[in-house]
Design a protein around this ligand. Structure first.
Ligand code: ZN
Length: 160
């Protein structure tokens, strides 16, 4: 085992054993589930969105260490960031997982630890599950945008 694999394993194991942002938010803006039938992984995300900002995010789930560690890392990455920033990071993460480039020689970011999973193609879906679930959640949120309130419309009670 190389030092990189060792480090990757350590980071993934740490997130798996001590998941960040683990649990369910009490009053989330949105909750959404993702499922990876290939491995049986499940992720349930709850997010609070204020002014296009992910002010809080939490997950519960079960499944393999890769999927759960990836969920922990994902929540840590996007918490406190804007929805469009979250979308951008989902996009770059998924494209890096999909390409055939070898994992980076140095771990510049913690997330790079997940790149090692590419050596096991069956597990890539595990690593991606939390990210695709987040993308769906953002989409759901966007569609739920309430229409702007028309101040000129009076409630019946206010009518003369
Ligand atoms: Zn899995």
């Amino acid at each position: 085992m190389t030092a990189l694999e060792d480090l990757s394993r350590e980071i993934i194991l740490d997130h798996y054993q001590n998941p960040r942002n683990h649990g369910r938010l009490e009053h989330p803006t949105l909750a959404n589930r993702g499922h990876n039938p290939l491995c049986g992984d499940e992720i349930e995300l709850s997010v609070t969105i204020d002014d296009d900002n992910i002010s809080d995010i939490a997950f519960v789930g079960r499944g393999c260490s890769i999927s759960q560690a990836s969920a922990s890392m994902m929540t840590e990455t996007v918490k406190g960031h804007r929805l469009d920033e979250a979308e951008a990071v989902v996009k770059s993460f998924t494209s890096r997982m999909a390409d055939r480039q070898p994992p980076p020689p140095n771990l510049e970011e913690e997330l790079d630890a997940l790149q090692g999973v590419k050596k096991y193609p069956a597990r890539v879906k595990c690593a991606l599950l939390p990210w695709t679930t987040l993308r769906e959640t953002v989409d759901l949120c966007r569609h739920r945008e309430p229409a702007p309130v028309d101040d000129n419309v009076l409630d019946c009670a206010d009518a003369p």
